[in-house]
Design a protein around this ligand. Structure first.
Ligand code: SF4
Length: 65
């Protein structure tokens, strides 16, 4: 199963995840953060460091009902 990570609106823009990401997959524009799914390896470091627990795994692609 493929998955991507999403940052929800509880983000406080602390920048920890972007600085920590070994793949540099987290980008900041203005005060918004986005995770480039093509660059993300799913290591989960950003989820661990996020102080407000706002990075979530989102399943992608079609799933059977
Ligand atoms: Fe936002 Fe969490 Fe990243 Fe901090 S670690 S910038 S709160 S997503």
């Amino acid at each position: 199963m493929s998955y991507t990570l999403e940052i929800n609106n509880l983000c406080i823009s602390c920048d920890y995840c972007r600085l920590l990401c070994p793949e540099k997959a987290i980008l900041r524009s203005d005060q918004q953060y986005n995770i480039e799914s093509w660059a993300c390896t799913g290591c989960g470091l950003c989820i661990e460091i996020c102080p407000v627990d706002c990075i979530k795994v989102a399943t992608s692609g079609k799933e059977k009902e």
